[in-house]
Structures are given as C-alpha cells and as structure tokens.
Design a binder for this molecule. Structure first.
Ligand code: FO1
Length: 310
C-alpha cells in the first residue's frame, strides 16, 4: 500500500527531513506543509524563507553551508543597495531575488500563495507537493525585553536572535484558514510528521491556523514529532535559548510535553535517555542529519517504526 505522508515543517532542519523523505517515497506520497509566519515584505518583494528553503532543498539547489538561499549565489544587488546607503541586513542573493520577483508578480495578479508555490516548484522540476500552511498573509511577531515587539526576520536575522523573548504573537492569524489543498492532503494522509523544526517559531504558527488542529486530529492516524533538541541543545537556531526564555526546561522532554495533545508518537535522539512519555509512543533514533544518507536513513527508520505500530 502506498503510504501518504504529510510533513509539517519550518526552515532548515525540517527541510533536511523532507529531503530524506523525498529520497525514499514516490513523489505523490509526500506533501509538505510549510510555516509562513516568517514571511515578510522587503523592498516590495514578498519573501517566504521557509517555503524557499524547502523548495531549494528539494530542487538540489540550496546553499549547503547556510541551509537556506541558493548555492553559488552572488550579492551584487545588495552591494548596489548599500551604495545607496541602505542597511542590507537581510542576505538576499541575486538569483534568489528571481524567486521573490516571480512570487510577488504572481500574488499581484491575484494568485493564491499555494498556486504561486505550485507554479514555482513545477518550474524547478520538483514533483512533490509543497503547500504554504495558509494563503492568508500572517506574521510571527516577537515580543522582546529589550526592543518591544519585532517582526520575525528583524528578530531572527537583523538581531541574530539575541534579544530576550517574552512572548510570540501571530498577526492576522484570525483571518487565516486552512487551504483546500492542505485540507485535502490531511484528509488523505496515512501519517503526519512534525519535522525537527522549532516548535514555537516554526510549528506553532502552522498549528495556529484556525481549523488546522481539527484537520490534523480528526482521524486516528499516526502523528509523530521528530525532536529538534538533542541533549538540551538545538541542532541549529534559537530553539534552546527560546525555551529557557519562555519558561520551559531546555530538553527534548519539553518538546514532547508541548506536542502532547496533538501527536501520538515522538522520535527523540539516541543521545537522550529516559524520554518515554506516558500515553505516547516513543523511539530513539539518530536524528542528527549530517549527510544526505543520514536524512534518508532517518526518514526510513521513522516510517518503519510507524508501520510497526499495528
Ligand atoms: N538567515 C540568516 O540568518 N541571514 C540572512 O541573511 C538570511 C537571508 C535569507 C534570504 C532568503 C531566504 O529564503 C532565507 C534567508 N535566511 C537568512 C533564512 C531565514 O530567514 C530563516 O532561516 C528562517 O526564516 C527561519 O526558518
């Protein structure tokens, strides 16, 4: 039986697992639902960093060092902007700008973000389905001790996630809805995976779309989260620092507890011990994906474990 897998993700960590899944599943078996809380307008362009990170990763075009942006890209446009005296804090590559131009053009023609994304992925030859979590523009706002409320990219990129986070808010989320494409993918899913993305910054926005929790939990199927935390540390990014600031203990166990009412299985790392949580299935795997082979291996082991459930 062909298994339909839906994977919810944010940026770099999630994209790695998606790449692993893409290596072992037929393209029509995989749908990726991506966080759009990080999206923003910059120089008149609509930028969707997490969608682009997953798209470039699946296309084999991603910058292998950063994990986002395009491999071999240049920064001539940014240099020209600095000549005008602009503070070029957001690292837009010249080729990356082509993506933002086409996306912005598509949106200005009245297309939905889902349609624009389908068009971009098709043109890059990506056969898997890549879906934004919603078509409505929403924005993760980060309330900080030092600077008050900041837009996500200002907090994350400009301020290098150094400010102390007090709270997170999703602007315009009340106007958002689950798209027909996400609804359909979830209705046909045999397994839902929550990628090793930041639960608060990347997955929480997805779960906050009105109707999303119901769509995720309406049927009794495996819903499995993969830890982004190994031995209390984030593999990449501010997850661990943020946990402490939001009052959680810095451990994978806090991630399980955060997901407790939405997932029924949890993949923690082999380096962590004693993480079995009552009422939830758990397994320890090597979740540190350092090579393409690691990605495929983790994806295979997660799906093999899930198929052993019944
Ligand atoms: N992340 C950075 O840390 N610095 C950057 O200058 C930067 C530029 C950038 C440009 C396009 C893009 O699609 C992503 C970019 N990112 C950058 C990554 C991105 O902002 C974050 O990784 C995500 O929003 C968090 O998942």
């Amino acid at each position: 039986m062909a298994l339909n897998v839906v994977c919810l993700v944010g940026g770099v960590g999630g994209a790695k697992l998606v790449h692993g899944l893409a290596q072992i599943l037929e393209p029509e078996q995989l749908t990726v639902v991506v966080n759009t809380g990080d999206d923003f307008w910059h120089y008149g362009l609509r930028i969707c960093p997490d969608l682009d990170t997953v798209m470039y990763t699946l296309a084999g075009l991603v910058d292998p060092v950063n994990g986002w942006g395009l491999a071999g890209d240049t920064r001539n446009t940014l240099q020209a902007l600095s000549r005008y005296g602009e503070d070029t804090w957001f690292g837009l590559g010249d080729q990356d700008i082509a993506t933002h131009l086409l996306r912005t053009e598509g949106l200005s023609q009245g297309k939905r973000l889902t349609e624009v994304t389908q068009d971009l992925t098709a043109r890059l030859g990506i056969p898997q389905r890549l879906l934004p979590m919603t078509d409505t523009p929403v924005a993760t706002m980060v309330d900080t001790v030092e600077h008050g409320e900041l837009g996500f990219q200002v907090y994350f990129v400009k301020m290098r996630w150094q400010p102390t986070v007090k709270n997170l808010r999703l602007s315009n989320i009340e106007a958002a809805a689950v798209s027909p494409e996400v609804e359909d993918a979830l209705a046909r899913a045999d397994v839902i995976l929550f990628g090793p993305s930041n639960p608060w910054l990347s997955i929480m926005p997805v779960l906050s779309v009105p109707g999303m929790r119901e769509a995720l939990t309406s049927r009794d199927i495996p819903r499995v989260a993969i830890t982004p935390i190994i031995q209390g540390e984030a593999v990449k990014g501010p997850a661990s620092k943020l946990m402490a600031e939001l009052g959680y203990k810095q451990s994978a166990k806090s991630v399980v507890q955060y997901y407790q009412h939405i997932v029924n299985g949890f993949v923690y790392d082999i380096r962590d011990t004693d993480l079995q949580v009552e009422g939830m299935r758990g397994v320890a795997l090597n979740t540190l994906m350092q090579s393409d082979a690691d990605r495929a291996s983790l994806a295979r082991q997660v799906l093999d474990w899930i198929s052993s459930w019944n």
